[in-house]
Design a protein around this ligand. Structure first.
Ligand code: SAM
Length: 206
């Protein structure tokens, strides 16, 4: 599994590099590393998400699913310093980078392996450039796991490449009961806005 950016422990040698992220409202530097997603430049989909979305309400609880080295989580924390920001990733190197980037930028982000997030934490706002390449069944399981932890008025903003199945993902989300709409579309990417799934009455559950 050494060759995947979603390996738990990347096998490639470390080679940390510092990347600049410039957005209209902020400029920061982030350390990235080999063995972590898009380590040579800020991913174009993540950049679009940060340009067009990722504006948490003050005091909200935010989750970045698949934080990588932390660009989206750091932007969420910078834009909403009163929010509680969680960042999860299976990749240990990614988690270390996010924690170090947050510390260097003076941001309060809780970085965790997915299984280490306490079961009683709910999220008002999920942001993610999700790991489409893990395959459909794993992606669906991942999204189900976290979208079912949205607070009743909570929502998620997901950026997905159209050619990697954004439209069929939106269809699946709607069919599974999470009201989903296309928030915007640019440069081959879609940003999907997904609302919390209304509670299913116990008698109606399969
Ligand atoms: C498309 S990358 C986005 C990374 C980062 N947010 C960025 O914008 O650069 C998806 C991330 O999801 C992580 N990932 C893969 N499977 C995961 C899982 N089951 N739970 C949490 N994160 C996962 C990968 O390790 C990778 O860092």
């Amino acid at each position: 599994m050494a060759g995947h950016y979603f390996s738990e422990q990347p096998g490639v040698a470390s080679d940390v590099r510092r990347l600049a992220l410039h957005l209209p409202d902020l400029s920061i530097e982030l350390d990235a590393d080999r063995g972590v997603f898009s380590s040579e430049q800020i991913d174009a989909g993540s950049r679009l998400l940060m340009l067009e979305a990722v504006r948490p309400s003050p005091g909200s609880t935010v989750l970045d699913i698949g934080c990588g080295y932390g660009p989206i989580a750091c932007v969420a924390a910078l834009r909403s310093p009163e929010s509680t920001v969680w960042a999860v990733d299976v990749n240990e190197r990614a988690r270390s980078l996010t924690a170090a980037n947050a510390e260097r930028l003076g941001l309060n982000i809780t970085v965790a392996a997915p299984d280490d997030v306490p079961a009683d934490v709910q999220f008002d706002h999920i942001v993610s450039n999700p790991p489409i390449r893990i395959g459909k069944p794993a992606l669906h399981a991942l999204l189900t796991r976290w979208l079912d932890r949205l607070s009743p008025d909570g929502f998620a903003e997901l950026v997905v490449l159209k050619h990697l199945g954004s439209d069929s993902l939106a269809k699946w989300l709607n069919a599974e009961g999470w009201p989903t709409e296309r928030q915007m579309s640019r440069g081959g990417y879609r940003i999907l806005r997904v609302q919390a799934r209304p509670n299913t009455p116990p008698g109606d559950q399969a």
